[in-house]
Design a protein. Sequence first.
Length: 263
Amino acid sequence: MKRLFAVALLIALSARSGGTQSGRVPVLVELYTSEGCSSCPPADALLESLQREQPVQGAEIIPIGLHVDYFNNLGWKDAFSSSTFTARQRSYSPIFGDDLYTPQMVVDGHQAVPGNEGAQVRGAIETAARREHLPLRVSAAVVTDKVRLTIEAPAAPSHSEAVQLIAAITEDGLTSVVNRGENKGRTLHHVAVARRVQVLDTLTAKSSVVASQLPIERGWGPHLKAVVWMQGVKSRQIYGAALTSIEVVSKPRSAGLQPAQPN
């Protein structure tokens, strides 16, 4: 009985309920970036300021940094890059055109702007915050080597396109010392770095509670968050998004995460 109570307590402590801040509309901001791109550090800094300052009235900015892999052959391999993130950027080609570039920010799946142009980015966020969004809530808990998600998803809009439910694990507080390539000699800082992005489900005609889990890999740090959003398959429009912190309460050290210390 004591063991069951302790497990339940750990899960309860590690759960965070993600919705929106009072009066703010969640807006997903995807930054496509690379440590091998000399134009990207200002965009990385802009994403950090958007996360920290939340400067757009009426918007709860939910950032995610997706490091692409098409700069990896120019002298520096970005340790956070993935072909999956490159493919995600390419999935916007029918909407924004075929040319892939960094830094690029995609705001709510609706508008693409240069990622280092602060005024354009903030304008796109203001526009997105005026659109109607569906409610979405998520809670997350670390259990063994996985993040377990419980998502309160709304019903799909009537007569709408297929809408996917997508989840990501992001990490803050990452730093790289670059000793080759376009950013040689620079120390780069990152927030909201996508560690994993995965399609979970498709919205149905009725609201539902979706339970899922994403694995945690060796080397990921303690500053993890879960981001969940709903996205149209054809239009790529974001119908709603939510973010929650993931507190590591009990975690094997062999996986790279440090457990919380007892009081």
